[in-house]
Design a protein around this ligand. Structure first.
Ligand SMILES: Cc1ncc(COP(=O)(O)O)c(C=O)c1O
Length: 458
């Protein structure tokens, strides 16, 4: 038996016991049984109090939180003198910490990729509010990668104004892996770099001794499913020192006066950890990264890559009786420089896109979990559907009452795509079940989008 077959049987038996096909690993990883058991045992037998004091239960919590901090640094091969780990609720929380505290000002520059997740896109509002210039690098039609020449052009040398380049190591829409070499390129030109690693780290090694982004947001439930509600900002200590927090809170301060109106923030990462940490769940992160290390990230990567190749080949081979393709794929067709996230639409026998709400309904009826919609990545969607800026501006000028009305104005054939994504718990049977379902349900058919509820949100 292959090691991943054993893992499937031991840690994820519930998938086969319940007959579910889970293909949404970019949405969330699945919790292995050992993490749930570990959490249960630890909290059943240990006494853990609020970490902000010195009593024994508090000390026990603090020790486990600090152990998890060290485990995260080891996971990324990061030097503790160079990098700090800030615990956050999720990757979004990590992005907000940077956005709200980055010293944007008139003359500063924020450079983004059209492939950014909305949790990163939101940083632009902090930048705009403080007069910084915001610039997006477009994606090429077809493979939906960004062109290195355009990235370089968007990063003119900066000497005095603080400037930030933010991009995803892996797209949560197409699975495209953007070059990590852009980190040094941008830094040499005077930029801080926020590398959004949320979709990358579940199946790829990020070695912070080899590449040195200034800020790295991650969500742990995406890597090993459990716990939810715990993420990290892994940040270079020098970059963290340049941030200016707009407030303070319990846990973040060294000293404060209520009447005097002054405060001094903690000199280390705790200045960024607002209030009481999730001290009962953070220790699970240490167990999670140890489990991944035991399995070996290189093996997980190879496993996910081989399943992705099977999925891509299978989707490409799906044809109607006429020979017309059944699938329109978004992003790269091969597995080179891409992860296990595959976005596509189903094409009917008439060549038109089958409404993604129909596919959502049909997959759900077959116990298949895929993601449908626009996946919080509007830029990649706009690039995939070839929507030009003037049309987007015109559509925004007249306020649409509903999302469907907005999509109509853009002349879009549908409201989004379907995303299947693979992870450590996936196997070939999951991939084959999706392919068989697509062939059985849509081959030689052109299903009409009748009886569908209006789209409520993107
Ligand atoms: C690339 C990327 N960045 C950021 C996020 C935000 O993660 P979270 O919702 O856990 O904060 C996601 C979530 O899907 C993502 O895929």
């Amino acid at each position: 038996m292959d090691v991943f077959d054993e893992v499937r049987k031991r840690e994820f038996a519930r998938l086969d016991d319940t007959g579910q096909t889970y293909l949404d690993f970019t949405g969330a990883g699945l919790a292995p049984r050992l993490l749930i058991d570990g959490h249960h045992d630890r909290n059943l037998h240990g006494v853990f109090g609020n970490p902000h004091s010195e009593n024994p239960s508090s000390r026990a919590s603090t020790d486990l939180v600090e152990h998890a901090r060290a485990a995260v640094l080891r996971f990324f091969n990061a030097d503790p003198d160079e990098y700090a780990v800030v615990f956050t609720p999720n990757a979004t929380g990590a992005c907000r910490l940077v956005g709200e505290a980055y010293p944007f000002r008139l003359g500063a520059r924020l450079v983004m990729l059209l492939d950014d997740h909305n949790s990163v896109n939101g940083i632009r509002e902090f930048a705009k509010a403080r007069g910084a210039h915001v610039r997006y690098v477009p994606l090429r039609p077809g493979d939906l990668r960004a062109d290195g020449v355009q990235v370089r052009a968007a990063l003119p040398r900066r000497r005095h104004s603080p400037s930030l380049f933010v991009y995803p190591a892996q797209s949560n829409f197409t699975g495209v892996q953007h070059p990590l070499e852009w980190i040094t390129l941008a830094q040499r030109r005077g930029y801080d770099v926020l590398l959004d690693a949320a979709a990358f780290v579940p199946a790829n090694e990020l070695d912070l001794a080899a590449v040195k982004p200034d800020f790295v947001p991650v969500s742990w439930y995406k890597v090993f499913g459990y716990p939810t509600g715990v993420g990290c900002l892994i940040a270079r200590r020098t970059a963290l020192a340049r941030l200016r927090r707009p407030w303070f809170a319990g846990g973040t301060i060294k000293a404060v006066s209520a009447l005097g109106g002054w405060h001094v923030l903690s000199p280390d990462e705790s200045a960024f950890e607002d209030g009481t940490l999730n001290f009962l769940a953070i220790p699970d992160v240490a167990e999670g990264v140890e489990w991944i290390a035991e399995l070996g990230m290189d093996r997980i990567h190879a496993h996910v890559t081989s399943l992705t190749a099977r999925l891509l080949d299978g989707l490409g081979a799906l044809r109607h009786g006429t020979g017309r393709p059944m699938i329109r794929l978004y992003g790269p067709r091969g597995v080179r420089r891409r992860g296990g996230t595959v976005a596509f639409n189903v094409l009917g026998a008439d060549g038109r896109i089958v409404d993604e709400r129909l596919v959502a309904r049909d997959t759900a009826a077959h116990g298949i979990s895929v993601r449908t919609g626009c996946f919080c990545n509007p830029g990649a969607g706009e690039a995939a559907f070839g929507i030009e800026l003037p049309l987007l501006r015109a559509a925004a000028r007249t306020r649409a009452r509903t999302l469907d009305e907005y999509l109509d104005r853009l002349g879009l054939p549908t409201g989004g795509a379907i995303r299947a994504s693979l992870g450590v718990a996936s196997n070939t049977a999951d991939v084959d079940r999706l392919l068989l379902f697509l062939a059985d349900t849509y081959r030689d058919r052109s299903p009409a989008p009748t009886g569908l509820a209006p789209r409520k949100h993107c």
